[in-house]
Ligand binder design. Structure first.
Ligand SMILES: Nc1ncnc2c1ncn2[C@@H]1O[C@H](COP(=O)(O)OP(=O)(O)O)[C@@H](O)[C@H]1O
Ligand SMILES: [Mg+2]
Length: 232
């Protein structure tokens, strides 16, 4: 279908945790995979299989114990912490199961938060972009409301808008429908589908619901920290 370049590539990635009793727990074992521009993928697997750990490594929130991470042709291991956080800010937007909105901020302020954290001058108007995203996601009438005054589905739309504010190459969503009822969850996936199809936004989503996973084009199955199937 496409011969697009890879955004991120993981080579022989391991993640190990040192446990209190001195033993080592291997949460990711020899992970090898690439994500290409424009893909819509699901990471599936039972609870505790390493899905969130993998998302954290892909999203540069956590470092692997071993292995290589190449983002847009650059080796992340060769970057310092500041360069890594600058890259993270521009390359990835996160969506979580619990929405992770700040209840003391309005909807609009929540969406603008990534721009507030960013130290560099932006090459676009964040305020205008926030307004555009709220309009598009049907939450513009809620812009001065607070997160605890709107529904779960609306909160997740706010979280998706916040994730998109900085024009990331990649959206990482960890169980984005896990706190939503069936219908509302499917509406969030409709939104992802639309963003992927019409704007070629790359999305990787963790889920343990097969019905949700089947709505993506690529399913990566993980079991006990290993990729056991990938229908790329
Ligand atoms: N900081 C940590 N220290 C020790 N073990 C951890 C840590 N984080 C995760 N784990 C373990 O790694 C495994 C994978 O966790 P996780 O990636 O959260 O799984 P999933 O998202 O698939 O449910 C689990 O067994 C979990 O207990
Ligand atoms: Mg998880």
């Amino acid at each position: 279908m496409k011969t697009t370049s890879s955004i991120i590539s993981l080579k022989n990635v391991f993640k190990e945790y040192l446990l209190g009793d001195g033993s080592v727990f291997v949460a990711l074992k020899n992970i090898n995979f690439e994500i290409h521009q424009g893909e819509f993928s699901a990471i599936i697997g039972p609870s505790g299989s390493g899905k969130s750990t993998l998302m954290h490594v892909v999203g540069l929130l956590d470092k692997p114990s071993r292995g290589e991470i190449i983002i847009n042709g650059k080796d992340v291991a060769k970057m310092n912490d500041n360069q890594t956080s600058v890259l993270r800010n521009s390359y990835v937007g996160f969506v979580f199961q619990q929405f992770n909105l700040l209840n003391k901020l309005t909807i609009k302020e929540n969406i603008l938060l990534p721009a507030t954290y960013c130290k560099e001058k932006l090459d676009f108007d964040a305020d205008q972009r926030a307004e555009m995203l709220m309009e598009k996601f049907g939450i513009i009438s809620k812009k001065d409301s607070f997160p605890n005054k709107i529904s779960g589905g609306q909160q997740q739309r706010v979280a998706v808008a916040r994730a998109l504010l900085m024009k990331p190459q990649l959206i990482l969503a960890d169980e984005p429908t896990g706190n939503l009822d069936h219908k509302t969850g499917n509406e969030i996936i409709d939104l992802f589908e639309e963003l992927n199809k019409s704007e070629n936004i790359t999305i990787v989503m963790v889920t343990h619901e097969m019905e949700i996973a089947e709505r993506t084009r690529r399913q990566i199955r993980i079991l006990d920290g290993e990729i056991v199937n990938d229908n790329k």
